[in-house]
Design a protein around this ligand. Structure first.
Ligand SMILES: C[S@@+](CC[C@H](N)C(=O)[O-])C[C@H]1O[C@@H](n2cnc3c(N)ncnc32)[C@H](O)[C@@H]1O
Length: 364
């Protein structure tokens, strides 16, 4: 994962628990007229604003003081960011805002009258940084993007910021398609696609005949995923559909080579205790998995039986060990003999995170 250049890194992502930077002009997108127009990430906006180095310096000084005033108060409050991380974010915000990154090293110099080209007005930068510190608005929503695997994905309010642990889903798919031409050239579904992260990751590893359908109930997610698919030039390979889970996939019932999903899995009562950046700003629709957090996982595992073809592969992300174990037991008891090679896979932090498996060839 890229740590610098435009924005975002692993440290920029508030965990739920604890480039390709190909510019595309938003006017060139072929989103349907009824869809929402996604916000262009800051680093892709034209540098149409100007200020003097001295004014930028003043803003930077103010912003740094505001970040420093936080100390470790957010850490104690809800495991939020400390001032060291906020100062790092401030540098990333500068990088995304400035046309000429080399000016960062000149902040504080005597070159006061020098003209500086910006992608947002200085007034907007004051507002954005206040929102970051005082409202705990997630940094990724401030800059409008997140780095995820080798992608830079557009994100905005209404769409979950993709997390690093979810990257592993693409690797798990990569492992199974390596061995199987049928899976490599097959039809895949990413359910609850959000920014389109997993669908795009999979789209880039399938062979040219392979296809992905990405679904989401949220109209904002559908618009943002479509934008990201277009940015990565994958519109012939990835189709984004709006609707609830398998409902928009009736035409491909029994034909899917793979189903992947990172559904909402946080127990409803835990949401108020999440870090402010997550609980107060990310969409509840993306987080809330019902009383036990299992509502959507159980629904998806049931649906996978009829949606996947024999030998089809699935990966579901969960909240951790308890949900993984519950899901595996549920699958065995509720659909005996339908699944095979069901496995629990840990994430990079060693937490049991994913349930993977295949549809039994003999059960259809
Ligand atoms: C945890 S987020 C995952 C987003 C994205 N796949 C990722 O990993 O970054 C869950 C997603 O499921 C979507 N979702 C919630 N309920 C849904 C439903 N009934 N049908 C389809 N999508 C749904 C949310 O809008 C959200 O985008």
């Amino acid at each position: 994962m890229k740590l610098s250049s435009s924005a975002c890194s692993i440290a920029r992502i508030p965990s739920l628990f604890a480039s390709l930077c190909r510019p595309i002009c938003s006017t060139s997108l072929s989103l349907s007229p009824s869809s929402l127009k996604p916000t262009t990430p800051l680093f892709l906006r034209p540098p149409t604003f100007s200020t003097s180095l001295s004014e930028l310096n003043k803003w930077h000084h103010w912003a740094k003081n505001l970040a420093s005033s936080v100390g470790s108060s957010f850490v104690h409050l809800d495991n939020g960011p400390d001032s060291t991380l906020l100062c790092r974010e401030l540098r990333w915000l500068l990088e995304d805002s400035l046309e000429d990154h080399s000016l960062i090293s000149q902040l504080g110099s005597q070159n006061y009258h020098m003209d500086v080209r910006l992608r947002a007005s200085l007034d907007e930068l004051y507002v954005l940084w206040r929102q970051r510190i005082e409202e705990r608005r997630p940094f990724q929503y401030i800059v409008g993007c997140e780095h995820w695997r080798d992608l830079v994905l557009s994100v905005q309010e209404g769409v979950l910021i993709p997390r690093p642990e979810t990257e592993l889903i693409v690797d798990l798919v990569k492992d199974v398609v390596l061995d199987s031409r049928e899976l490599k050239e097959g039809l895949w579904a990413d359910l609850g696609t959000g920014s389109g992260a997993i669908a795009i990751g999979i789209g880039r590893i399938l062979w040219s005949q392979g296809r992905v359908i990405a679904t989401d109930l949220s109209p904002v997610a559908v618009a943002v995923a479509t934008y990201n698919v277009l940015r990565y030039d994958l519109k012939d390979m990835i189709e984004v559909r709006k609707g609830s889970w398998f409902e928009p996939l009736k035409d491909v019932e029994g034909k899917l080579a793979g189903v992947v999903s990172n559904p909402p899995y946080i127990p409803s009562d835990d949401i108020s205790r999440l870090q402010a950046e997550v609980g107060q700003h990310e969409p509840r629709l993306a987080l809330d998995g019902g009383v036990s957090g299992m509502d959507d996982l159980l629904h998806l595992s049931n649906g996978a039986v009829s949606m996947l073809k024999p030998g089809g592969f699935f990966v579901f992300e969960t909240n951790g060990e308890k949900q993984c174990q519950f899901l595996v037991d549920y699958m065995e008891n509720n659909n005996p003999g339908k699944f095979c090679n069901v496995n629990i896979v840990s994430d990079f932090a060693g937490i049991q995170r994913f349930v993977t498996g295949f549809i039994n060839d003999k059960c259809h």
